[in-house]
Design a protein around this ligand. Structure first.
Ligand code: GLN
Length: 539
Protein backbone atom coordinates (compact mmCIF):
# COMPACT_ATOMS: atom_id res chain seq x y z
CA UNK A 1 0.00 0.00 0.00
CA UNK A 2 1.47 3.34 -1.06
CA UNK A 3 1.67 6.09 1.54
CA UNK A 4 1.20 9.74 0.56
CA UNK A 5 2.86 12.87 1.90
CA UNK A 6 1.36 16.20 0.87
CA UNK A 7 3.52 19.30 1.23
CA UNK A 8 1.92 22.76 1.34
CA UNK A 9 3.44 26.19 1.88
CA UNK A 10 2.45 29.12 4.04
CA UNK A 11 2.96 32.88 4.47
CA UNK A 12 5.25 33.67 1.50
CA UNK A 13 6.69 31.99 -1.56
CA UNK A 14 10.37 31.12 -2.08
CA UNK A 15 10.82 29.60 1.38
CA UNK A 16 12.28 26.39 0.03
CA UNK A 17 9.17 24.21 -0.10
CA UNK A 18 10.60 22.40 -3.12
CA UNK A 19 13.92 21.76 -1.36
CA UNK A 20 12.01 20.52 1.70
CA UNK A 21 9.88 18.14 -0.37
CA UNK A 22 13.01 16.92 -2.18
CA UNK A 23 14.81 16.48 1.17
CA UNK A 24 11.92 14.40 2.51
CA UNK A 25 12.38 12.24 -0.58
CA UNK A 26 16.11 11.86 0.07
CA UNK A 27 15.48 11.00 3.75
CA UNK A 28 12.97 8.29 2.82
CA UNK A 29 15.18 6.92 0.06
CA UNK A 30 18.09 6.75 2.50
CA UNK A 31 15.90 4.37 4.50
CA UNK A 32 15.58 2.03 1.57
CA UNK A 33 12.07 3.06 0.49
CA UNK A 34 10.89 3.33 -3.12
CA UNK A 35 9.87 6.95 -3.48
CA UNK A 36 8.41 9.16 -6.17
CA UNK A 37 7.41 12.79 -6.09
CA UNK A 38 5.06 15.07 -7.95
CA UNK A 39 4.67 18.84 -8.28
CA UNK A 40 1.25 20.45 -8.67
CA UNK A 41 1.45 23.95 -10.12
CA UNK A 42 -1.80 25.89 -9.93
CA UNK A 43 -1.07 28.10 -12.97
CA UNK A 44 -3.05 27.79 -16.20
CA UNK A 45 -0.10 27.09 -18.50
CA UNK A 46 -0.20 23.45 -19.59
CA UNK A 47 3.52 23.23 -18.86
CA UNK A 48 6.42 25.51 -17.89
CA UNK A 49 7.81 25.55 -21.45
CA UNK A 50 5.95 28.68 -22.50
CA UNK A 51 6.84 30.71 -19.40
CA UNK A 52 9.59 33.32 -19.30
CA UNK A 53 12.63 32.32 -17.21
CA UNK A 54 12.49 35.83 -15.73
CA UNK A 55 9.11 35.03 -14.21
CA UNK A 56 9.40 31.39 -13.40
CA UNK A 57 13.05 30.36 -13.53
CA UNK A 58 14.32 27.63 -15.82
CA UNK A 59 12.13 25.02 -17.47
CA UNK A 60 13.50 21.67 -16.31
CA UNK A 61 13.41 18.99 -19.02
CA UNK A 62 12.75 15.35 -18.15
CA UNK A 63 14.05 12.34 -20.08
CA UNK A 64 10.71 11.93 -21.86
CA UNK A 65 10.81 15.55 -22.97
CA UNK A 66 8.40 17.29 -20.57
CA UNK A 67 9.15 20.96 -19.88
CA UNK A 68 8.49 21.26 -16.18
CA UNK A 69 8.81 23.43 -13.10
CA UNK A 70 12.35 23.80 -11.79
CA UNK A 71 11.42 21.97 -8.60
CA UNK A 72 11.54 18.74 -10.61
CA UNK A 73 15.25 19.44 -10.99
CA UNK A 74 15.63 19.58 -7.21
CA UNK A 75 13.68 16.33 -6.88
CA UNK A 76 15.90 14.53 -9.40
CA UNK A 77 19.08 15.86 -7.79
CA UNK A 78 18.08 15.12 -4.20
CA UNK A 79 16.36 11.78 -4.66
CA UNK A 80 18.54 10.66 -7.58
CA UNK A 81 15.66 9.39 -9.70
CA UNK A 82 14.58 10.15 -13.25
CA UNK A 83 11.13 11.69 -13.43
CA UNK A 84 8.70 11.90 -16.34
CA UNK A 85 5.85 14.12 -17.52
CA UNK A 86 3.59 12.30 -15.04
CA UNK A 87 5.51 13.93 -12.19
CA UNK A 88 4.39 17.39 -13.20
CA UNK A 89 0.76 18.52 -12.94
CA UNK A 90 -0.64 21.97 -13.70
CA UNK A 91 -4.12 23.48 -13.68
CA UNK A 92 -3.77 23.84 -17.47
CA UNK A 93 -3.03 20.14 -17.86
CA UNK A 94 -5.92 19.09 -15.61
CA UNK A 95 -8.48 21.35 -17.34
CA UNK A 96 -7.20 20.33 -20.75
CA UNK A 97 -7.86 16.72 -19.94
CA UNK A 98 -11.29 17.30 -18.33
CA UNK A 99 -12.46 19.55 -21.18
CA UNK A 100 -11.40 17.07 -23.86
CA UNK A 101 -13.26 14.30 -21.99
CA UNK A 102 -16.32 16.56 -21.88
CA UNK A 103 -16.08 17.20 -25.65
CA UNK A 104 -15.75 13.47 -26.17
CA UNK A 105 -18.97 12.96 -24.26
CA UNK A 106 -17.38 10.94 -21.46
CA UNK A 107 -19.48 12.56 -18.70
CA UNK A 108 -22.77 11.21 -20.11
CA UNK A 109 -24.86 14.35 -19.73
CA UNK A 110 -23.63 15.32 -16.28
CA UNK A 111 -22.84 18.92 -15.34
CA UNK A 112 -19.05 19.06 -15.30
CA UNK A 113 -17.82 20.77 -12.13
CA UNK A 114 -14.68 21.57 -10.15
CA UNK A 115 -15.88 19.12 -7.50
CA UNK A 116 -15.88 16.24 -8.35
CA UNK A 117 -14.54 16.32 -11.93
CA UNK A 118 -11.47 18.54 -11.55
CA UNK A 119 -10.64 17.12 -8.12
CA UNK A 120 -11.07 13.54 -9.43
CA UNK A 121 -8.68 14.33 -12.29
CA UNK A 122 -6.13 15.70 -9.79
CA UNK A 123 -6.44 12.59 -7.61
CA UNK A 124 -6.13 10.31 -10.64
CA UNK A 125 -2.94 12.11 -11.69
CA UNK A 126 -1.42 11.34 -8.28
CA UNK A 127 -2.37 7.66 -8.38
CA UNK A 128 -1.00 7.40 -11.94
CA UNK A 129 2.52 7.41 -10.50
CA UNK A 130 1.98 3.76 -9.58
CA UNK A 131 2.38 2.00 -12.92
CA UNK A 132 0.46 -1.12 -13.79
CA UNK A 133 2.73 -4.14 -14.07
CA UNK A 134 5.22 -2.63 -11.59
CA UNK A 135 5.34 -2.99 -7.80
CA UNK A 136 3.61 -0.08 -6.06
CA UNK A 137 5.81 2.70 -4.70
CA UNK A 138 6.27 2.87 -0.93
CA UNK A 139 5.76 6.61 -0.71
CA UNK A 140 4.50 9.31 -3.07
CA UNK A 141 5.29 12.89 -2.10
CA UNK A 142 3.12 15.63 -3.60
CA UNK A 143 4.13 19.27 -3.37
CA UNK A 144 1.38 21.81 -3.93
CA UNK A 145 2.82 24.92 -5.54
CA UNK A 146 1.94 28.43 -4.40
CA UNK A 147 0.97 29.61 -0.93
CA UNK A 148 -2.08 28.84 1.18
CA UNK A 149 -4.61 31.57 0.46
CA UNK A 150 -4.07 31.64 -3.32
CA UNK A 151 -7.42 31.29 -5.11
CA UNK A 152 -6.02 29.10 -7.89
CA UNK A 153 -4.62 26.53 -5.46
CA UNK A 154 -8.02 25.67 -3.95
CA UNK A 155 -8.98 22.70 -6.21
CA UNK A 156 -5.63 21.05 -5.43
CA UNK A 157 -6.11 21.51 -1.69
CA UNK A 158 -9.64 20.14 -1.93
CA UNK A 159 -8.32 17.12 -3.83
CA UNK A 160 -5.67 16.32 -1.23
CA UNK A 161 -8.20 16.85 1.55
CA UNK A 162 -10.47 14.23 -0.04
CA UNK A 163 -7.51 11.91 -0.53
CA UNK A 164 -7.17 11.13 3.18
CA UNK A 165 -10.79 10.01 3.39
CA UNK A 166 -10.48 8.01 0.19
CA UNK A 167 -7.52 5.89 1.23
CA UNK A 168 -7.50 6.03 5.02
CA UNK A 169 -6.03 8.30 7.66
CA UNK A 170 -2.97 6.16 8.38
CA UNK A 171 -1.81 6.37 4.75
CA UNK A 172 -1.68 10.15 4.41
CA UNK A 173 0.45 12.83 6.01
CA UNK A 174 0.16 16.59 5.63
CA UNK A 175 3.35 18.61 5.98
CA UNK A 176 3.15 22.39 6.06
CA UNK A 177 6.24 24.49 5.37
CA UNK A 178 5.91 27.97 6.77
CA UNK A 179 7.93 31.12 7.31
CA UNK A 180 8.79 32.73 10.62
CA UNK A 181 9.97 36.32 10.11
CA UNK A 182 12.51 37.91 12.43
CA UNK A 183 11.54 41.37 13.60
CA UNK A 184 14.69 43.35 14.23
CA UNK A 185 12.99 46.03 16.33
CA UNK A 186 11.43 43.45 18.63
CA UNK A 187 14.47 41.11 18.40
CA UNK A 188 12.01 38.27 17.99
CA UNK A 189 10.97 35.56 15.59
CA UNK A 190 7.25 35.94 14.96
CA UNK A 191 4.81 33.04 14.71
CA UNK A 192 1.59 34.92 13.96
CA UNK A 193 1.78 34.71 10.12
CA UNK A 194 2.13 30.93 10.42
CA UNK A 195 -0.81 30.74 12.81
CA UNK A 196 -2.92 32.51 10.19
CA UNK A 197 -1.72 30.26 7.42
CA UNK A 198 -2.60 27.14 9.41
CA UNK A 199 -5.98 28.64 10.34
CA UNK A 200 -6.66 29.04 6.61
CA UNK A 201 -5.53 25.49 5.94
CA UNK A 202 -7.79 24.14 8.69
CA UNK A 203 -10.65 26.15 7.21
CA UNK A 204 -10.22 24.09 4.05
CA UNK A 205 -10.32 20.94 6.15
CA UNK A 206 -6.62 20.09 6.30
CA UNK A 207 -4.96 19.75 9.69
CA UNK A 208 -1.18 19.61 9.20
CA UNK A 209 0.56 16.72 10.98
CA UNK A 210 4.00 18.26 10.72
CA UNK A 211 5.24 21.81 10.51
CA UNK A 212 8.58 22.73 8.98
CA UNK A 213 9.52 26.16 10.28
CA UNK A 214 11.67 28.22 7.94
CA UNK A 215 13.57 30.97 9.66
CA UNK A 216 16.82 32.91 9.55
CA UNK A 217 17.97 31.54 12.87
CA UNK A 218 16.97 28.99 15.53
CA UNK A 219 13.46 28.98 16.96
CA UNK A 220 13.22 29.22 20.72
CA UNK A 221 11.44 26.49 22.68
CA UNK A 222 8.81 29.09 23.63
CA UNK A 223 7.93 29.73 20.00
CA UNK A 224 7.74 25.98 19.32
CA UNK A 225 5.48 25.42 22.36
CA UNK A 226 3.26 28.29 21.30
CA UNK A 227 2.84 27.12 17.73
CA UNK A 228 2.15 23.58 18.92
CA UNK A 229 -0.58 24.81 21.23
CA UNK A 230 -2.20 27.30 18.87
CA UNK A 231 -2.08 25.14 15.78
CA UNK A 232 -2.80 21.80 17.37
CA UNK A 233 0.34 20.12 16.08
CA UNK A 234 2.16 17.65 18.39
CA UNK A 235 5.32 19.22 19.84
CA UNK A 236 7.68 16.72 18.18
CA UNK A 237 6.05 17.53 14.84
CA UNK A 238 7.43 21.08 14.92
CA UNK A 239 10.68 20.89 12.99
CA UNK A 240 12.92 23.88 12.53
CA UNK A 241 14.66 24.64 9.26
CA UNK A 242 16.95 27.62 9.65
CA UNK A 243 19.00 29.02 6.77
CA UNK A 244 22.00 26.87 5.84
CA UNK A 245 25.02 27.45 3.57
CA UNK A 246 24.13 24.78 1.03
CA UNK A 247 20.73 23.40 0.05
CA UNK A 248 22.27 19.92 0.24
CA UNK A 249 22.57 20.31 4.02
CA UNK A 250 18.79 20.37 4.39
CA UNK A 251 18.22 16.56 4.56
CA UNK A 252 20.96 16.34 7.21
CA UNK A 253 19.52 19.14 9.34
CA UNK A 254 16.04 17.59 9.10
CA UNK A 255 17.39 14.13 9.98
CA UNK A 256 19.16 15.57 13.04
CA UNK A 257 15.69 16.39 14.32
CA UNK A 258 14.57 12.81 13.63
CA UNK A 259 12.29 13.72 10.76
CA UNK A 260 12.80 10.29 9.15
CA UNK A 261 11.67 8.38 12.27
CA UNK A 262 8.71 10.70 12.62
CA UNK A 263 7.60 10.14 9.02
CA UNK A 264 7.95 6.36 9.22
CA UNK A 265 6.19 6.25 12.55
CA UNK A 266 3.29 8.45 11.46
CA UNK A 267 2.78 6.46 8.26
CA UNK A 268 3.13 3.11 10.06
CA UNK A 269 6.09 2.11 7.94
CA UNK A 270 8.74 -0.26 9.37
CA UNK A 271 11.52 1.60 11.18
CA UNK A 272 14.87 1.46 9.46
CA UNK A 273 18.17 3.26 9.89
CA UNK A 274 19.07 6.04 7.43
CA UNK A 275 22.10 5.66 5.20
CA UNK A 276 23.20 9.21 4.50
CA UNK A 277 26.94 8.48 4.59
CA UNK A 278 27.68 9.37 0.94
CA UNK A 279 25.43 12.39 1.15
CA UNK A 280 27.28 13.63 4.24
CA UNK A 281 30.62 13.14 2.49
CA UNK A 282 29.40 15.14 -0.48
CA UNK A 283 28.22 17.96 1.81
CA UNK A 284 31.56 17.85 3.65
CA UNK A 285 33.43 18.25 0.37
CA UNK A 286 31.20 21.18 -0.53
CA UNK A 287 31.79 22.90 2.77
CA UNK A 288 35.53 22.31 2.91
CA UNK A 289 36.94 23.33 -0.47
CA UNK A 290 40.69 23.37 -1.00
CA UNK A 291 40.61 25.89 -3.79
CA UNK A 292 38.33 28.39 -5.47
CA UNK A 293 37.76 29.40 -9.09
CA UNK A 294 35.37 31.74 -10.86
CA UNK A 295 33.18 30.69 -13.75
CA UNK A 296 31.59 33.38 -15.88
CA UNK A 297 28.05 32.55 -17.01
CA UNK A 298 27.18 34.88 -19.88
CA UNK A 299 23.53 35.06 -20.79
CA UNK A 300 20.47 37.21 -21.08
CA UNK A 301 18.53 35.96 -18.05
CA UNK A 302 21.30 36.83 -15.58
CA UNK A 303 19.03 39.02 -13.45
CA UNK A 304 17.22 35.92 -12.29
CA UNK A 305 19.41 33.34 -10.60
CA UNK A 306 16.65 30.73 -10.96
CA UNK A 307 16.85 31.00 -14.76
CA UNK A 308 20.08 28.98 -14.71
CA UNK A 309 19.23 26.75 -11.74
CA UNK A 310 20.44 23.41 -13.13
CA UNK A 311 23.59 25.04 -14.58
CA UNK A 312 24.43 26.51 -11.17
CA UNK A 313 23.90 23.17 -9.47
CA UNK A 314 25.86 21.19 -12.08
CA UNK A 315 28.81 23.58 -11.60
CA UNK A 316 28.57 23.14 -7.83
CA UNK A 317 28.47 19.32 -8.20
CA UNK A 318 31.58 19.32 -10.39
CA UNK A 319 33.24 21.71 -7.94
CA UNK A 320 32.54 19.35 -5.05
CA UNK A 321 34.17 16.54 -7.07
CA UNK A 322 37.32 18.65 -7.45
CA UNK A 323 37.11 19.95 -3.82
CA UNK A 324 36.81 23.37 -5.38
CA UNK A 325 34.49 26.22 -4.53
CA UNK A 326 32.88 27.64 -7.64
CA UNK A 327 32.17 31.32 -7.64
CA UNK A 328 29.56 31.95 -10.34
CA UNK A 329 29.75 35.38 -11.94
CA UNK A 330 26.70 36.05 -14.09
CA UNK A 331 27.26 38.70 -16.74
CA UNK A 332 24.64 40.17 -19.02
CA UNK A 333 25.64 39.47 -22.63
CA UNK A 334 24.36 42.86 -23.83
CA UNK A 335 26.40 44.65 -21.18
CA UNK A 336 29.44 42.72 -22.30
CA UNK A 337 28.91 43.81 -25.90
CA UNK A 338 28.99 47.47 -24.92
CA UNK A 339 31.92 47.21 -22.54
CA UNK A 340 35.51 46.00 -22.38
CA UNK A 341 35.45 42.18 -22.49
CA UNK A 342 38.95 41.86 -21.13
CA UNK A 343 38.10 43.99 -18.14
CA UNK A 344 34.79 42.22 -17.47
CA UNK A 345 36.28 38.75 -17.78
CA UNK A 346 39.31 39.51 -15.62
CA UNK A 347 39.86 36.81 -13.01
CA UNK A 348 37.43 34.42 -14.66
CA UNK A 349 38.80 30.88 -14.99
CA UNK A 350 36.25 29.42 -17.35
CA UNK A 351 33.37 30.72 -19.47
CA UNK A 352 30.00 29.05 -19.85
CA UNK A 353 27.31 30.19 -22.25
CA UNK A 354 24.03 28.45 -21.49
CA UNK A 355 20.87 27.92 -23.52
CA UNK A 356 18.46 30.67 -24.46
CA UNK A 357 16.02 32.05 -26.99
CA UNK A 358 15.71 35.23 -29.02
CA UNK A 359 18.18 37.67 -30.54
CA UNK A 360 18.92 39.85 -27.52
CA UNK A 361 22.42 39.24 -26.21
CA UNK A 362 23.59 37.17 -29.18
CA UNK A 363 26.32 39.58 -30.35
CA UNK A 364 27.65 39.90 -26.79
CA UNK A 365 27.88 36.13 -26.56
CA UNK A 366 29.72 35.93 -29.89
CA UNK A 367 32.18 38.59 -28.73
CA UNK A 368 32.80 36.62 -25.49
CA UNK A 369 33.31 33.37 -27.39
CA UNK A 370 35.86 34.97 -29.70
CA UNK A 371 37.72 36.20 -26.62
CA UNK A 372 37.63 32.74 -24.99
CA UNK A 373 38.78 31.03 -28.19
CA UNK A 374 41.63 33.43 -28.94
CA UNK A 375 42.82 33.66 -25.35
CA UNK A 376 42.55 29.93 -24.69
CA UNK A 377 40.10 30.30 -21.80
CA UNK A 378 38.16 27.08 -21.15
CA UNK A 379 34.76 27.47 -22.81
CA UNK A 380 31.61 25.41 -22.53
CA UNK A 381 28.75 26.19 -24.91
CA UNK A 382 25.40 24.64 -24.14
CA UNK A 383 22.63 24.63 -26.75
CA UNK A 384 22.38 28.32 -27.77
CA UNK A 385 25.95 28.67 -26.41
CA UNK A 386 27.10 26.02 -28.87
CA UNK A 387 25.14 27.61 -31.71
CA UNK A 388 26.74 31.03 -31.02
CA UNK A 389 30.19 29.40 -30.95
CA UNK A 390 29.60 27.89 -34.40
CA UNK A 391 28.50 31.28 -35.74
CA UNK A 392 31.58 32.91 -34.18
CA UNK A 393 33.91 30.41 -35.82
CA UNK A 394 32.11 30.76 -39.17
CA UNK A 395 32.46 34.54 -39.03
CA UNK A 396 35.99 34.88 -37.71
CA UNK A 397 37.77 31.74 -38.86
CA UNK A 398 35.97 30.70 -42.03
CA UNK A 399 35.49 34.26 -43.26
CA UNK A 400 31.68 34.11 -43.54
CA UNK A 401 31.23 37.54 -41.99
CA UNK A 402 27.44 37.51 -42.33
CA UNK A 403 27.04 34.02 -40.85
CA UNK A 404 24.15 33.59 -38.43
CA UNK A 405 21.46 31.30 -37.14
CA UNK A 406 18.15 31.37 -39.04
CA UNK A 407 16.57 32.13 -35.65
CA UNK A 408 18.19 35.58 -35.67
CA UNK A 409 18.59 36.35 -39.36
CA UNK A 410 16.28 34.30 -41.59
CA UNK A 411 17.89 35.87 -44.68
CA UNK A 412 21.54 35.23 -43.80
CA UNK A 413 23.63 34.02 -46.77
CA UNK A 414 25.37 31.63 -44.35
CA UNK A 415 22.68 29.86 -42.29
CA UNK A 416 24.94 27.91 -39.92
CA UNK A 417 21.93 26.88 -37.84
CA UNK A 418 18.68 26.02 -39.54
CA UNK A 419 15.34 24.36 -38.86
CA UNK A 420 14.88 20.67 -39.50
CA UNK A 421 12.25 19.93 -42.20
CA UNK A 422 9.77 18.62 -39.65
CA UNK A 423 10.14 21.79 -37.54
CA UNK A 424 9.30 24.10 -40.46
CA UNK A 425 5.58 23.33 -40.47
CA UNK A 426 5.11 23.75 -36.72
CA UNK A 427 3.24 26.87 -35.61
CA UNK A 428 2.35 26.03 -31.98
CA UNK A 429 5.02 27.01 -29.48
CA UNK A 430 4.12 24.69 -26.57
CA UNK A 431 5.86 21.31 -26.37
CA UNK A 432 6.99 21.31 -30.00
CA UNK A 433 10.79 21.64 -29.81
CA UNK A 434 13.20 18.71 -30.09
CA UNK A 435 12.68 17.66 -26.50
CA UNK A 436 14.06 15.05 -24.13
CA UNK A 437 16.55 12.23 -24.55
CA UNK A 438 18.33 11.55 -27.85
CA UNK A 439 21.35 9.36 -28.43
CA UNK A 440 24.72 10.79 -29.32
CA UNK A 441 27.47 8.62 -30.83
CA UNK A 442 30.95 9.70 -29.89
CA UNK A 443 33.80 9.72 -32.35
CA UNK A 444 36.69 7.62 -31.15
CA UNK A 445 39.70 9.27 -29.59
CA UNK A 446 38.13 12.69 -29.33
CA UNK A 447 37.99 14.80 -26.19
CA UNK A 448 34.26 14.05 -25.86
CA UNK A 449 34.95 10.33 -26.11
CA UNK A 450 37.59 10.55 -23.37
CA UNK A 451 35.30 12.63 -21.17
CA UNK A 452 32.42 10.15 -21.30
CA UNK A 453 34.52 7.04 -21.81
CA UNK A 454 31.59 5.54 -23.73
CA UNK A 455 30.63 5.09 -27.36
CA UNK A 456 27.01 6.21 -27.10
CA UNK A 457 25.44 8.54 -24.57
CA UNK A 458 21.93 9.83 -24.18
CA UNK A 459 21.31 13.47 -23.27
CA UNK A 460 18.32 15.78 -22.84
CA UNK A 461 17.41 18.37 -25.49
CA UNK A 462 15.27 21.49 -25.75
CA UNK A 463 15.74 23.40 -28.97
CA UNK A 464 14.54 23.88 -32.56
CA UNK A 465 17.59 24.92 -34.59
CA UNK A 466 20.28 22.46 -35.73
CA UNK A 467 23.74 22.73 -37.24
CA UNK A 468 23.39 22.96 -41.02
CA UNK A 469 25.28 19.98 -42.48
CA UNK A 470 25.85 21.92 -45.75
CA UNK A 471 28.72 23.62 -43.87
CA UNK A 472 30.18 20.42 -42.44
CA UNK A 473 33.20 20.12 -44.73
CA UNK A 474 34.03 23.83 -44.52
CA UNK A 475 34.19 23.59 -40.72
CA UNK A 476 36.16 20.37 -40.84
CA UNK A 477 38.85 22.12 -42.88
CA UNK A 478 39.54 24.32 -39.84
CA UNK A 479 40.51 22.97 -36.41
CA UNK A 480 37.02 21.81 -35.49
CA UNK A 481 36.08 18.21 -34.73
CA UNK A 482 32.47 17.13 -34.75
CA UNK A 483 32.86 14.58 -32.00
CA UNK A 484 29.23 13.71 -31.22
CA UNK A 485 26.53 12.89 -33.78
CA UNK A 486 22.93 11.77 -33.50
CA UNK A 487 23.01 9.04 -36.14
CA UNK A 488 19.25 8.61 -36.32
CA UNK A 489 18.74 12.14 -37.71
CA UNK A 490 22.32 12.88 -38.77
CA UNK A 491 22.58 15.88 -36.46
CA UNK A 492 25.64 17.41 -34.83
CA UNK A 493 25.47 17.02 -31.07
CA UNK A 494 29.02 17.93 -29.92
CA UNK A 495 31.92 19.82 -31.42
CA UNK A 496 35.34 20.58 -30.00
CA UNK A 497 38.38 22.59 -30.99
CA UNK A 498 41.87 21.24 -31.47
CA UNK A 499 44.66 23.49 -30.17
CA UNK A 500 42.62 24.81 -27.28
CA UNK A 501 42.73 23.61 -23.65
CA UNK A 502 38.94 23.15 -23.48
CA UNK A 503 36.50 24.48 -26.03
CA UNK A 504 33.46 22.24 -26.36
CA UNK A 505 29.95 22.97 -27.63
CA UNK A 506 27.00 20.68 -27.10
CA UNK A 507 23.51 20.90 -28.55
CA UNK A 508 21.99 19.14 -25.51
CA UNK A 509 21.73 20.17 -21.86
CA UNK A 510 24.10 18.12 -19.70
CA UNK A 511 23.09 20.17 -16.64
CA UNK A 512 19.77 18.29 -16.39
CA UNK A 513 21.56 15.01 -15.71
CA UNK A 514 24.05 16.16 -13.11
CA UNK A 515 23.52 14.86 -9.58
CA UNK A 516 25.37 15.97 -6.44
CA UNK A 517 26.86 12.51 -5.97
CA UNK A 518 27.28 11.85 -9.69
CA UNK A 519 28.42 15.10 -11.30
CA UNK A 520 28.11 15.20 -15.06
CA UNK A 521 31.40 14.25 -16.79
CA UNK A 522 31.25 17.29 -19.11
CA UNK A 523 31.08 19.64 -16.12
CA UNK A 524 33.76 17.67 -14.24
CA UNK A 525 36.09 17.96 -17.23
CA UNK A 526 35.29 21.65 -17.83
CA UNK A 527 35.93 22.57 -14.19
CA UNK A 528 39.10 20.46 -14.24
CA UNK A 529 40.33 22.51 -17.22
CA UNK A 530 39.36 25.79 -15.54
CA UNK A 531 41.33 24.79 -12.43
CA UNK A 532 44.35 23.61 -14.43
CA UNK A 533 44.74 26.52 -16.76
CA UNK A 534 44.65 29.28 -14.27
CA UNK A 535 46.48 30.19 -11.11
CA UNK A 536 44.77 28.69 -8.10
CA UNK A 537 43.44 31.08 -5.52
CA UNK A 538 43.61 29.88 -1.92
CA UNK A 539 40.41 30.18 0.05
N1 GLN B 1 17.07 29.06 -29.40
C1 GLN B 1 17.84 27.91 -29.79
C2 GLN B 1 16.99 26.87 -30.48
O1 GLN B 1 15.78 26.87 -30.35
C3 GLN B 1 18.54 27.30 -28.59
C4 GLN B 1 17.61 26.75 -27.55
C5 GLN B 1 18.26 26.52 -26.22
O2 GLN B 1 19.36 27.01 -25.97
N2 GLN B 1 17.61 25.77 -25.32
O3 GLN B 1 17.50 26.02 -31.15
Amino acid sequence: MTKYIFVTGGVVSSIGKGITAASIGRILKSRGLRVSIQKHDPYLNVDAGTMSPFQHGEAFVTEDGAETDLDLGHYERFIDINLTRDNSVTTGKIYNSVISKERHGDFLGKTVQIIPHITDEIKASIKRLNKSGEADLDVIIVEIGGTIGDIEGLPFLEAIRQFRNDIGKENVLYVHVSFFPYLKAAKEIKSKPTQHSIKELRGIGIQPDLLICRSQSRLTETVKDKISLFCDIPRDGIIEMRDVDSIYEVPIVLEEQKLGDLLLDSLKLPTTKPDLQQWREMVYRLKHPEKQITIGVIGKYVRSKDAYMSINEALIHAGSYHKCKIEIKRIDADFLLKNDVKQLLKGINGILIPGGFGIRGIEGKIKTIQYARENKIPFMGICLGMQCALVEIARHKLGFTKANSMEFDPKTPYPILTLMEKQKKITDKGGTMRLGNYDCSLKEDTQAHHIYNKKIVSERHRHRYEFNNDFLSKFQQSDIIFSGINLENNLVEIFELKNHPWFVGMQFHPEFKSRPNRPHPMFVSFIGAAIKNYPKKDV
